[in-house]
Design a protein around this ligand. Structure first.
Ligand code: GAR
Length: 203
């Protein structure tokens, strides 16, 4: 059985969606750890309730980003996970970590990439005036939200939407897309071909 570990910075509702899918047997894996950069993250409570080991690396207690990343790399290696899931992890992952876990680290982003990478993706979408928005699960590479795309789901943008109402509509799809991508990975059904991802049929 595959081992997965999750990185999260806050509320952790996407993490919870993965935990729920694991509990329902929809993902054939064991969640072996939650790593967070934020000692106040609600994701910590969710992990403890599910019996998942928690590692807190308080970003602001580190003298530099490099020092933090060195400990993060060590914590990730200690998980011995097959897959790392960034579920609302709000920091750019450094080069050494990207290299160490290439093809084994995925992220959920609340926009239809390559539109609106980075922070406040839903606000960017409302301000730009797009009529369709959504979420993307993708592999993590050295850029910002730029790696090969595994799954995208879309939602309409309504006339009176603001950042919050759009985010509420998008997160429903996030909670479906992320567990689905994790399940595909754990079933060895994802093949990366350059920028493109092929989803293989069930064996
Ligand atoms: C989610 O909308 C996720 O897509 C987003 O943060 C939220 C975390 O919610 N991530 C990013 O914007 C990463 N660039 P959650 O903690 O309830 O899962």
């Amino acid at each position: 059985m595959k081992r997965i570990a999750v990185l999260a910075s806050g509320r952790g509702s996407n993490f919870q969606a993965v935990l729920d899918a694991l509990a329902r047997g929809e993902i054939q894996a064991k969640c072996v750890g939650l790593i967070t950069d934020n000692p106040k993250a609600y994701a910590i409570t969710r992990a403890r309730e599910a019996g998942v080991e928690v590692t807190v690396l308080d970003y602001h207690a580190y003298p530099s980003k490099d020092a933090y990343e060195a400990d993060l790399l060590a914590a990730m290696q200690a998980c011995e996970a097959d897959l790392f899931v960034l579920a609302g992890y709000m920091r750019i992952v450094g080069e050494a970590i990207v290299e160490a876990f290439a093809g084994r680290m995925i992220n959920i982003h609340p926009a239809l990439l390559p539109s609106f990478p980075g922070l406040h993706a839903q606000r960017q979408a409302v301000e730009y005036g797009v009529k369709v928005a959504g979420c993307t699960v993708h592999f993590v590479d050295a850029g910002t939200d730029s790696g090969p795309i595994i799954i995208q789901r879309c939602v309409p943008v309504l006339e009176d939407d603001d950042e919050d109402s759009l985010a509420e509509r998008i997160i429903v799809e996030e909670h479906r897309a992320l567990p689905e991508a994790v399940a595909l990975f754990c079933e060895d059904r994802i093949e990366i071909d350059g920028r493109c991802v092929r989803i293989l049929p069930r064996a």
